[in-house]
Design a protein around this ligand. Structure first.
Ligand code: 48H
Length: 262
């Protein structure tokens, strides 16, 4: 090796990352946010042969999974979503006096969801913030992205774009992408008011069910999953129970796959 190993490493990283980015500038599906619902969606989509990438603002994908409930790093999942936990090889223990509800280690869950999505073929771009959508002639065409440190430091640096046939808003409580679309593109979304209805207070059973029900296509080519879907349709919050998030991720993948086949 004539080149200094320092340069071999640097050059390999730059080339490899650049190739990965170039390869993912045109996608079937772009997912914004790397929370639990998004990771499940990414895996199901990738397994169906869909070209999918996730853009996550933070250094570590996983969203609100890591911290469990109030930093006690355990979460609860109910029977209806155990199938998804098992698919990702996430271990769980039934609560002795609450049949049908299981505790699990939230760090194991975050790590396994990320690993499962990546190994199925989804690409994750971390430390990348989605700051806008590509909106042409009334249609959602993709995302406008920039490095999170650029966003955080308020640097005046123009973004790059990613083109996608479908966009999934997995940004959690704020529904950032749908908010951008309603505010800046002035679209009416698929809710009674045509706008984001806003998340309601805590009601576990209702929130868990409505998260899945509210996982829909909000505008042609623009879907929401997880807490973002809940916020769009005015669902109740549910705290550190994650079955609804997992089921929502699977549902949005099914909806998008069906749409892409049309
Ligand atoms: C790039 C972005 C952007 C952006 C945000 O909130 P999440 O964990 O996602 P969900 O909806 O799958 O899971 C929700 C769950 O964690 C939760 O909060 C629950 C169950 N709450 C219940 C309650 O009562 O409070 O993750 C969203 C991810 C985060 O990692 C963000 O950093 C990321 O999206 N994100 N990434 N560009 N514009 N906005």
């Amino acid at each position: 090796m004539s080149e200094a190993v320092e340069n071999v490493i640097s050059s390999a990283i730059v080339k490899s990352f650049s190739q990965k980015l170039v390869d993912n500038l045109t996608l079937d599906v772009a997912i914004v946010g790397g929370g639990p619902s998004a990771m499940v969606a990414a895996r199901y989509l990738a397994e169906a042969g869909v070209k999918v990438a996730v853009f996550e603002r933070k250094l570590a994908p996983g969203g609100g999974t890591w911290g469990g409930g109030m930093l006690f790093n355990e979460v609860v999942v109910q029977d209806s979503a155990i199938e998804i936990l098992d698919k990702f090889n996430i271990r769980h223990t039934e609560i002795a006096d609450a049949k049908g509800y299981h505790t699990l280690d939230s760090v194991e869950m975050a790590a396994a969801l990320i690993y499962g999505a990546v190994h199925a073929g989804a690409k994750i771009f971390n430390s990348v913030s989605v700051e806008d959508i590509v909106f042409k002639a009334g249609a959602i065409n993709g995302l406008v992205i920039n490095w999170t440190p650029v966003e955080r430091l308020g640097m005046h640096v123009d973004p790059l774009t990613v083109i996608a046939k479908a966009v999934i808003d997995g940004t959690g409580h704020p529904s950032e992408i749908i908010k951008l679309a309603t505010d800046k593109a002035m679209i009416q979304i698929n809710t009674p008011s045509g706008k984001i209805m806003g998340e309601r207070p805590m009601w576990v059973e209702s929130g868990e069910n409505s998260t899945v029900e509210n996982t829909i296509e909000y505008y042609p080519g623009l879907f929401a999953c997880g807490m973002s879907a809940n916020n769009c349709s005015g669902g109740y919050r549910m705290g550190p129970i994650f079955g609804g998030m997992l089921l929502s991720g699977r549902k949005v993948a099914e909806l998008v796959i069906a749409k892409l086949k049309k």
